[in-house]
Design a protein around this ligand. Structure first.
Ligand code: GDP
Length: 451
């Protein structure tokens, strides 16, 4: 889920790394990339417009602080805006003050309502509640049986208008409103504190279905009406959600099938369009594939943010200020970045603690995890050995390091020539990056990373 959106956004932020200051053009280019990524993920157009407008305004605005570099600032803003469109705070079920808490489920056929009923029942039971399921989907031939199976797996009783139902209460079979009412009555009598009412869906939004759902809502006055939506539904999400919101005025959203590799636009659109919070995520066919939805965690997952802020904190703590000042002066004086500087930076990095642990905290770490696993801190020792085998002149003017010099350096440091080549390549990249930073005056970077 969200993988490609996640990759796209992370790539966008990566483009900003090394920039000391963002111009309006940088912000616009970034916002354009974000817009494309969201549209490609099937996020609804009005939501994208609102989102990117917010990001742009904030990125250009006064709130940009000195504590974070530009790329981190944008990540922070995008993160906060994502949390916002996902509903803001984590929203929990509002329990009834007296009598049973009534939760009604609504949504299209196949959205995952029945499965969700079982998941929710099991989850609430695990929290010490005593739920009962009520089968009001009398449209689909085997919906009632399906709910009974789900109820059995969840270990909760099911009230259903069929032989084998748990109630003797009379009701006209085939009338879902009456079934709903009796189900709630049953819950009261048997002292269940939670009633979960499954209702019928249709393949598309349909006036009869909506009227039925409305009648059930009026009859049982639920504490929560959860709209279950299949996350893979794509651009239809907004219309469907709007229709259900107007039809039954739901109080919360459940995103189902979040385990699929859908583009995720539904998830990012429905809450924003309806103004209702996403409350749960359903992530598989097993009853345990279910979780309370936390907008902030979902946003960090999408941004693959890792723990950027603690990374920065750690970096600030251990960065040698004198060394940094020396570098800054070098930049200011437009002096060249040499291999000695390169080595000094590598040694700084070592001081910053476990490199692996630190790199793991960086955005995008998911993608390079495997490389990181293989990364060996002794790499720095090798770099040191190689640089020390160079003459002082070679260190400030690496351009003169030709083939025979490379062979000599390799011999001197006990490595293969290819490693000398690799180091020189990385140095060249680092040099370029430092030059860029010299122009922008950003935080000293971490050149020389493998990968
Ligand atoms: P309903 O018509 O809204 O009651 O939908 P169902 O609960 O019958 O679900 C429709 C299909 O989607 C079933 O095959 C479920 O097993 C499947 N399903 C439901 N929720 C999820 C989910 O979170 N992930 C996956 N992969 N499948 C799900």
């Amino acid at each position: 889920m969200f993988n490609s959106l996640s990759d796209r956004l992370t790539a966008t932020f990566k483009n900003l790394r090394g920039k000391g200051r963002l111009t309006e053009a940088d912000v616009d280019a970034t916002v354009r990339e974000i817009r494309r990524a969201l549209l490609d993920a099937d996020v609804a157009v009005p939501v994208v417009r609102e989102f990117t407008g917010q990001v742009r305004e904030r990125a250009l605005g006064a709130e940009v602080s000195g504590a974070l570099n530009p790329s981190q600032q944008i990540v922070k803003i995008v993160n906060e805006e994502l949390v916002e469109i996902l509903g803001g705070e984590t929203r929990r079920i509002r329990m009834a003050k007296t009598g049973p808490t009534i939760i009604m489920l609504a949504g299209l056929q196949g959205a995952g309502k029945t499965t969700l009923a079982g998941k929710l029942a099991k989850w609430m039971k695990a929290q010490g509640h005593s739920p009962i399921l009520v089968a009001c989907d009398l449209q689909r031939p085997n919906a009632v049986t399906q709910l009974q199976v789900v109820g059995q797996r969840a270990g909760v009783p099911v009230f259903a208008p069929h032989p084998g139902a748990t109630s003797e209460l009379a009701h006209p079979a085939g009338d879902p409103v009456a079934v709903a009412r009796s189900g709630v009555e049953e819950a009261r009598q048997k002292l269940h504190d939670v009633v979960i009412v499954d209702t019928a869906g249709r393949l598309g939004v349909d006036a009869d279905m909506m009227e039925q759902a409305r009648q059930i809502r009026r009859a049982i006055v639920p504490n929560e009406v959860l709209f279950v939506i299949d996350s893979m539904i794509g651009q239809d999400a907004v219309n469907t959600a709007t229709a259900f919101d107007e039809g039954v005025n739901f109080t919360g959203i459940v995103l189902s099938k979040l385990d699929g590799d859908a583009r995720g636009g539904a998830a990012l659109s429905v809450s924003s369009v309806t103004g209702k919070p996403v409350m749960f995520a359903s992530t598989g066919e097993s009853l345990d594939d279910f979780e309370l939805f936390h907008p902030d965690r979902m946003a960090s997952r999408i941004l693959d943010m890792g723990d950027v802020l603690s990374l920065i904190e750690q970096a600030e703590k251990s960065w040698d200020k004198d060394e940094a000042a020396r570098m800054a002066k070098k930049f200011a004086d437009q002096e060249d970045f040499t291999l000695d500087d390169f080595l000094a930076q590598m040694q700084q990095i070592r001081k910053m603690g476990s490199m692996k642990k630190m790199l793991m905290m960086m955005p995008g770490a998911q993608n390079i995890r495997q490389q990181l696993e293989q990364f060996d801190e002794r790499e720095i020792d090798r770099v040191e050995a190689i640089v020390r085998s160079m003459t002082p002149h070679e260190r400030v003017a690496p351009k003169i390091i030709n083939g025979s010099r490379r062979a000599r350096i390799a011999r001197g440091s006990g490595v293969h020539v290819s490693e000398v080549n690799g180091l020189l390549e990385r140095f060249a990249q680092a040099q370029k990056m430092m030059k860029k930073m010299a122009q922008g005056g950003g935080m000293p970077g971490m050149p020389g990373m493998p990968g």
